[in-house]
Design a protein around this ligand. Sequence first.
Ligand code: ADP
Length: 193
Amino acid sequence: MLNLIFFGTPGAGKGTQAEIIAAERSLFHLSSGSILRQEIESGELGPEIKHYLDSGTLVPDSLITTMMENAITKNISGNGFIFDGYPRSISQAEALYKFFENNNLHLNAVINIEISEDEAKKRILLRGKTSGRSDDNPEVIAQRFKTYHEQTKPLLDYYQELGKIININGEPDIETVATNINQTIEEIKKPLQ
Ligand code: ADP
């Protein structure tokens, strides 16, 4: 089994890369944003969740943690997971750590996709033209970055202490970034073989 967290600012390309790598390696792509947007479409918690997404703040830890744990449990017999957008706070990371321990799962690495904030904002605005996402507009984007700096960025130190961080330059084109991620995955798989 291979379990990876894809980490980065909004717009860094986590989702794009997670989709590619998950398909290539038959991993399960677990995107917290997609799960939340599905719940907004058809779930009973939709209106409450939409309020957080549209303000660029995090939905409560307990809520997203429950949703993610249910999704992991459903797919636990597969080849592994790519987490995209979760964890996003220290409390979420601690919950995931406990869940992994209780379920005998191992976190292999945190792939930290690095890109400048200017480039990230450009990409989100471009995506906003076609994504139909109500949070891809300048006001909400600014709040999403604020939330990232205050609540999510501290996870870099948390995972650094656990020796899990692998930095990847997210600025090149999609294919190059995917190739570079795949290379690092081969490296971390070596001691497993
Ligand atoms: P991006 O990372 O590009 O901002 P996402 O689709 O990952 O986009 O997230 C969109 C929104 O969903 C976030 O701004 C937040 O409101 C909510 N969200 C996603 N993941 C989490 C999480 N792990 N905890 C709390 N809220 C989350």
